[in-house]
Design a protein around this ligand. Sequence first.
Ligand SMILES: NC(=O)c1ccc[n+]([C@@H]2O[C@H](COP(=O)([O-])OP(=O)(O)OC[C@H]3O[C@@H](n4cnc5c(N)ncnc54)[C@H](O)[C@@H]3O)[C@@H](O)[C@H]2O)c1
Length: 336
Amino acid sequence: MLDGTKLFINSQQSIMDALTRMNSPYCQVLICIDENNRLQGLVSEADIRRGLIEGIELWASIDKVMNTAPLYVNKQVSKKEAFDLVSKQISVLPVVDTDKVVLGYYLFQQKEDPFTIQNKKITILGVGYVGLTLALVLAERGFKVNGYDRNSDLIRQLQQKEAPFFENGIEQLLEKHSQNNINFTTDITQAKGAIYIITVGTPLLKEEKQPNIEYVEAAATAIGKQLSEGDLVLLRSTVPVGCCRDVVLPALEAASGLTCGQDFYLAFAPERTVEGVALKELKTNPQIIGAFDPVSYDYAARIFQNLTKTVINVGGLEEAELCKLMDNTYRDHIFA
Ligand SMILES: NC(=O)c1ccc[n+]([C@@H]2O[C@H](COP(=O)([O-])OP(=O)(O)OC[C@H]3O[C@@H](n4cnc5c(N)ncnc54)[C@H](O)[C@@H]3O)[C@@H](O)[C@H]2O)c1
């Protein structure tokens, strides 16, 4: 999703017109176009200052002072890739088609990394065993976390700082973080985040002997309805191979109207802790991640690098889903 058309100005308009437009917030660089919306250049306050010093008049056209060879990208370039291209000085990157018609732009207010995870709110969907332990460890690391669950009894209990199951250290962390770093809610609209982690159940359907992935799909649709550009979605429930790509991704795209890999990011990062010592293992076990694309991986890895020393990129979504199933199969085999 592009940042709009607000910065477009015809290159035949006057420098005075440009200055008037620049008098609004975040309009210090304008995209100069012709009557067919084709990119002609970029004009900044500094370009105008240089022009005026050289004696160009305020009523002269913008093309007398604009930069006629600006950096631009095509629409296949994501905001993250665009960010990596811009220098500290450039904050606007036009997005053009093959005829150089400007489709929109990416605006970076400063050379601030939009993919930094500090200060990003994390929303966890399903605060059962896996979701709650992860929420507590993230809160302990200083993240602001929304714990969303559709089970109102469970949410009430958590808001009252009562542990719903036994886990070493859970009471102390709940006491410290419930209603501080973690906000527990049954209302997803009150749980908007920049990073969404799905940890809902995937119980076995007894008759079919297949995992029920309806809860995962419902969670993805709920996220999709409030997904914004640049958000990351992480699946952590145990699922059949292909669930991320074939179920979660389409549900997110259908509900949001956004495109994975371009507007938002997707990864699978399985939970592999042992009950009873999960709070400790979340900080010591290697974390496996498989992602939709390298940007999604990079974004997801930044979260877990805050928790544990070793983060392993296993490649794509399916590889990570398979790793988790092999892990469980190995354990079952050992128990047997
Ligand atoms: N418990 C473990 O040791 C463990 C370990 C590794 C992986 N897993 C996997 O992690 C997933 C979660 O397991 P768990 O043990 O935490 O399950 P759980 O039953 O304890 O918790 C799941 C929670 O999700 C909630 N939920 C269901 N649908 C929802 C929706 N659409 N929106 C919001 N909340 C919803 C439920 O109310 C419940 O509180 C499963 O796929 C499981 O196989 C579990």
